[in-house]
Design a protein. Structure first.
Length: 421
């Protein structure tokens, strides 16, 4: 009997550890800017329960507290899908209808659908790349579009997010820094919820954090997330809002110059250079230098769509209004009957929505007006504030450790182990 107790305790600890790791959850809004009326789920691993919740005639939609992940106090219909089977959901006039792979139609008209119990499931939304997800998934009827929310553990989100924006490097110390930054950003967003009126805490758009499910997860990221568990970046004892971007082009701008914020002293302006000699840390990035050419008609059409708001506000010219010490345009001026003065990041965001994310890579550019086009020549990719992901890779290649890299990009901060509440 003296050998039974240790093995029993080991078994208890083994079973309890995953539960503890999964206890800190986050709700993620998926592709919130994309309207869609149909979505398909296919079970990949585990048996999935599909709970369909009807909206009782004559009643209002459930409130956010009533409708979060299984807390819907209404009569439901339950179907099951096993690996290889799928369920398709379609939004019609009477609500959400479903068809399972057995060709069984469930067409009563539902308000919400919750998928749970399985391990992995693929999601196909029209005009987007398929995603593989885990956790609990909720689909809601929002009158003219469906919405999807994924509830998963905080660490699952960290691994997925760091795998997305951390794919620029295979250097262990760089990836470790990416993981700590991702965890810090997620913890900051949870503590400072920007979606208080929604059913989710974080969205997977540039507004919050990149997230593409677990299909793109990297094994190295998962291992380093375990190694750095609970490690976050702090300034004066508080978790920071760590900004990051793809490539700075050798110059980091301050959060104050780009976003006008005064409460982020850990985001100063500085050169992305180790020491006073040698090449910039991100010099090896394919976006260190870039060019982009836009037909005049297309670019002025973009300005009309994005800003005009009527013929009285038609703009005939645009130009940089203010440029920071690093050559990054912080404000743009549109000339017309009613001139418009706006932040550079707003111009970049609207250009990305209109032309695509890789069109206007940064606001650090010069533009030349050609006969039939505008020629942009620029440096870097992203807003240029905080950690430069390619610069992080460059510093790791130069032998710098993860915590030193973090101190370089977020001066005055510390990396601390703070358990999530």
């Amino acid at each position: 009997m003296k050998f039974c107790l240790p093995y029993f305790l080991i078994l208890i600890l083994f079973l309890a550890a995953p539960c503890a790791a999964q206890s800190d959850n986050v709700s993620v809004g998926i592709d919130i800017t994309l309207p869609f009326q149909t979505v398909k789920f296919q079970a990949l691993s585990g048996n999935w329960k599909v709970n369909l919740y009807p909206l009782t005639p004559g009643t209002q939609k459930a409130s956010s507290t009533e409708r979060i992940f299984g807390n819907i106090n209404k009569e439901k219909v339950t179907e099951y899908i096993v690996p290889g089977e799928d369920v398709s959901l379609l939004l019609v006039a009477k609500g959400i209808v479903a068809r399972v792979s057995s060709e069984k139609d469930v067409d009563k008209g539902f308000d919400s659908v919750i998928l749970e119990g399985g391990d992995l499931i693929s999601i196909e939304i029209p005009e987007t790349e398929p995603m593989i997800m885990e956790g609990v998934i909720q689909i809601d009827n929002h009158d003219t579009t469906l919405s999807i929310i994924n509830r998963l553990s905080l660490e699952q989100f960290v691994v997925s997010s760091a795998s997305v924006f951390g794919n620029v490097s295979s250097e262990i110390e760089a990836v470790k820094a990416y993981v700590i930054v991702a965890r810090t950003k997620l913890r900051y967003l949870k503590e400072n919820n920007k979606h208080l009126n929604e059913l989710y805490e974080i969205c997977n758009t540039p507004h919050c954090m990149p997230f593409k499910g677990c299909g793109a997860n990297r094994q190295m990221v998962s291992l380093l997330a375990d190694q750095t568990f609970d490690k976050v970046i702090t300034y004066n004892g508080k978790i920071i809002n760590p900004r990051f971007h793809h490539t700075c082009g050798g110059k980091i701008s301050s959060a104050k110059s780009v976003y006008g914020v005064d409460n982020e002293p850990y985001h100063p302006s500085h050169n992305d250079l180790k020491g006073s000699e040698g090449s910039e840390n991100c010099f090896h990035s394919p976006a260190f230098h870039w060019t982009a050419e836009f037909a005049k008609f297309d670019f002025m059409d973009f300005i009309a769509v994005a800003y005009a708001g009527g013929i009285q506000n038609f703009y005939v010219a645009f130009e940089p209004e203010t440029v920071d010490e690093n050559g990054r345009i912080t404000h743009m001026l549109f000339r017309g009957k009613a001139p418009l003065f706006l932040p550079g990041y707003d111009f970049a965001n609207r250009a990305h929505k209109h032309f695509g994310y890789n069109s206007l890579k940064s606001m650090r550019f010069n533009v030349t007006e050609m006969k039939r086009s505008f020629l942009f020549k620029g440096m870097g990719k992203g807003d240029g504030v905080g950690m430069c992901l390619y610069g992080c890779d460059g510093l790791a290649k130069k032998g710098m450790k993860a915590e030193d890299i973090i101190a370089f990009y977020y001066p005055g901060t510390r990396v601390e182990e703070i358990p999530a509440e």
